[in-house]
Ligand binder design. Structure first.
Ligand code: TXA
Ligand code: MG
Length: 318
């Protein structure tokens, strides 16, 4: 994707006026606004129909900009050095003098922070004198957006501007890790947990479906294509395919020899990285073609497959 200076200027102009805009990141597109402004971040909640209790991730260019808002610790510095900018979000305590809007944090004293890698987004962040609160650019509980046309599909002309950065390279949201005490993963995502484990010498807990929800995206229906989805189908009988061809879509991890119009595949050869990148686009396509039911083949549960399965489990709570 070509970077265009005048688009960055335009994006900055809207943000300076406290509007929300669409921004590209390497994980998924974000719906961004000035994280220091109550007026600006309120618009995010309204547009997304997001419950006020659900806090937002704030995006920074680099660690120097974060100093005034959050308290650092050893684990954060280790992970930052290795993985940021990139698909990892840290939960840290706020400083006393932090200017982050209370609406962003739902009045709590901690903040989710991320340093995105997407070149165009970074060029924008560098030009601003405030960080950007940006949840995924979709209506609450629905499929995330991985290209500007997805945002248009969900919000029409309700959003002032979308900074186009092509298709998101990873296609799944960031991995979230709470670093306030013992490291705890709150959401599986674009950075594999095994890679994080290698860097931290302490144990990491995985707490993605806790009884007491910390992150509202952690349990109930989420990432939903808006039609029922069933996981792990094993065998499809030919007669079923023919009988239900109009209503049912089948998603495979790799391309099949015998293709049908209601067969979709996430990757040519079963590569999990490619599958992650294509997941939301594939589900969107199926929904838009009018299918009434989605069946997804069993996805290997390692590496990025774990994050893909996490999204599918939540999408299947329809
Ligand atoms: O990749 C991503 O993380 C994308 C891009 C745009 O950066 N953003 C994203 O934001 O996925 P969102 O709002 O769709 O998901 C953020 C999740 C939510 O489940 C929210 O509850 C949780 O992070 N969260 C936000 N602040 C938190 C906090 N202080 N403590 C615990 N969880 C938090
Ligand atoms: Mg989201």
């Amino acid at each position: 994707m070509k970077f265009n200076q005048s688009n960055i200027k335009k994006a900055k102009k809207y943000l300076d006026k406290n509007y929300c805009i669409g921004v590209p990141t390497e994980t998924v597109y974000g719906l961004a606004a000035n994280a220091y402004s109550n007026q600006a971040v309120q618009k995010i909640y309204k547009l997304k129909k997001r419950p006020k209790s659900n806090p937002l991730i704030v995006h920074y260019y680099g660690i120097n900009d974060l100093k005034k808002d959050c308290l650092f610790n050893k684990n954060f510095l280790k992970l930052y050095k290795k993985f940021s900018p990139g698909p990892i979000t840290y939960i840290l305590n706020l400083t006393k003098n932090s200017k982050i809007s209370k609406i962003v944090t739902n009045k709590k004293n901690n903040l989710a922070v991320r340093f995105p890698k997407h070149k165009i987004f970074r060029k924008l962040l560098r030009k601003l004198d405030y960080p950007l609160a940006a949840p995924s650019a979709n209506i609450s509980s629905k499929l995330s957006a991985v290209q500007s046309s997805d945002i248009k599909e969900d919000f029409g002309n309700k959003i002032k501007y979308i900074l186009d950065g092509g298709k998101s390279n990873i296609g799944l949201e960031s991995t979230i890790i709470d670093l306030r005490k013992k490291p705890k993963i709150l959401r599986l995502g674009g950075l594999e947990t095994s890679k994080i484990k290698k860097i931290l010498s302490t144990k990491i807990r995985i707490s993605i479906n806790p009884k007491k929800q910390i992150a509202p995206g952690q349990s109930k229906l989420h990432y939903s294509p808006g039609i029922p989805l069933k996981m792990n189908f094993k065998k499809i009988l030919r007669k079923n395919i023919k009988k239900s061809i109009i209503n049912e879509a089948y998603v495979f991890i790799k391309r099949k020899k015998n293709n049908h119009s209601n067969f979709f595949y996430l990757s040519k050869k079963g590569d999990l990285r490619e599958a992650a990148k294509n997941l939301y686009t594939c589900l969107r396509k199926i929904k838009n073609r009018g299918y009434k039911q989605i069946y997804v083949e069993k996805i290997p549960n390692f590496g990025l497959g774990k994050a893909i399965n996490d999204r599918l489990i939540k999408a299947s709570k329809y």
